[in-house]
Write a protein that binds this ligand. Sequence first.
Ligand code: HEM
Length: 361
Amino acid sequence: MSNNKQSRIRHHRMVVFSLLSLVVLTLVLPLIPYAIAELGETAGNVANPGTEYWRDVRQRDRIVTGTTQVRGVDTDVLINVTGEEWRQFRMGQLAPYGAIVLGVMVGILVVYYLVRGKIRIEAGRSGERVRRYTSAEMTVHWILAITFVLLALSGLILIYGRWVLIPLLGDAGFSATATASKVIHNYGGLLFAAIVPVAFFLYLKDSLFNLKVDAKWFLRAGGYLGGEEPSAEKVNAGQKAWYWVAMLGGFVLVASGLVLDFPNIFQQGREWLQGAHVIHTIVAIGVIVFFFVHLYLATIGVEGALESITSGHVDANWAKQHHDLWYKELQTGQGGGSASEEPSMSGGSHAGGVASPIAKD
Ligand code: HEM
């Protein structure tokens, strides 16, 4: 064979060998880590690099912070894994159990009303009117009540709206309602934050527990489950309990609500928002449950109660029946009635400009 032919064959072999090497390298090289990983899995020492990377991004085994030019809380976190845990807790536990608790309380009140009916003024109305709340106490009460009801309704729409309102209003209707609820909730919360401390100090004096009287009241469940109605001061033990639930609950709602309202000021990480949301919702549902009882007793539950906070007066027989110790104090002139204000009577008599807690209609 001539030298020329031999050199052409060598050249040809080199080209084929190079091409084959190239094919092997491009196809096989990237598979090597996976093969090692596969072997590692069975041998238990080398992990799949892709899986490891994804584990890090999801922060499954350890907190891995990335690098970024953006300065701020959580900007170096690619995926906030606790977000999904929070979402599942909200949808799977918080919302359904909250609905059950609220529904059970409504059910108890309906059954109680059907069995017990309205609690009447046993001796009938006397025609004597007793001053119970000042204008300031009534005004603050109604600002607090209206704000609370708006917040409760808008909050409940934000949790349960998708299940209750979408079937009723459709997607667009629910969207508009939810947007309005969010605005009401965010701004109403600020008014609530301002009024709760005022209410706290205004009703504090009458809402301090008097162990001797209030323990007996609790032991006899206020007489609501039968038996004689226990003695009570101007504010009975149940009302005092409501005051403390509403006020302490109110403070927690305000604190957690402000964290949610101003994430850039209070936020130490998304976990703060998730924690604040869970606390906010649990406390809100707790306060709303007690509110149902307050609303029931104040309206259809007890005859003559509502007028105390709409007119500032109650009938003397109502006072004698439900707040006997306070009524005795009024008779002996020891106070407890809002003696700083003249009784405002509709068509009733005046006490000649002198503050008198009891007056005749
Ligand atoms: C629209 C709903 C409400 C109605 C109809 C209502 C009605 C009443 C009535 C009738 C009283 C006087 C009870 C009495 O003289 O024995 C009262 C007192 C009071 N309410 Fe309300 N209320 C409502 C909402 C609220 C809310 C939302 C709160 C607090 C967040 C609240 C807190 C209080 C407090 C602290 C008192 C004084 C203590 C007591 O008597 O229980 N009320 N309310």
